[in-house]
Design a protein around this ligand. Sequence first.
Ligand code: ZN
Length: 247
Amino acid sequence: MIHGPCGEINMNSPCMIDAKCSKRYPRALISDTIAGNDGYPLYRRRSFENNGKTAIIRVLNQNIEVDNRWVLPYSPILSKVFQAHINVEYCNSVKSIKYICKYVNKGSDMAVFRVDGENRNDDITQHQMGRYISSNEAVWRIFSFPLHERHLVVVHLAVHLENGQRVYFTTETVQQRAAQPPATTLTAVFQLCEIDTFARNFIYVDIPQYYTWNSSSKKFQRCKQGTPVDGHPGIFQTDVYGTSQQC
Ligand SMILES: [Zn+2]
């Protein structure tokens, strides 16, 4: 697990950007592992004087002696099991969570070339270029894996004075809307408590734990799944979170 070597030994190494190693090799020799400023540890890299080993490797038909400054962090057991070069780093910062999620999903690079036609404002081509799907995403979609999910469910609850809710209407619906304004989550809870004594046990924001808001019928309905509530057969509690919203 030796990086490069790059730099003066091989200026054409793929890691070289602007005549510098983009992977920051060779690293400094250091007698003990310490936590670096950016959350990444600085691993122990023993010098020759400090019992560090060196090795001769062949680069560009030259024998080069490398020391611990060139060693990539690795796990011998993983390298052996997978018969591959595997870079293993200790992760302990919050940043590493973002890194892992991004890294496994980032997909492969896109390379495109074409002979340009006369029409440079080609909307179709521009759309197709923006619609690049990597092999990762293609497989993800073929298996119908979820593209997005959220937890907990947060239900926004309307808060308003009596007859103070916002009502949307058109010239055609104005009379009907004025006579029968659609229920809000607040008016629906009052209606619910008239017919459902169990609902009277709760304050407004706790109602979504036991009742699902049906936005088409504008009614709260008892949750059909969740944790059964002791002493109330057929009633389930969920972790839906109600939050009030001025409207
Ligand atoms: Zn390098």
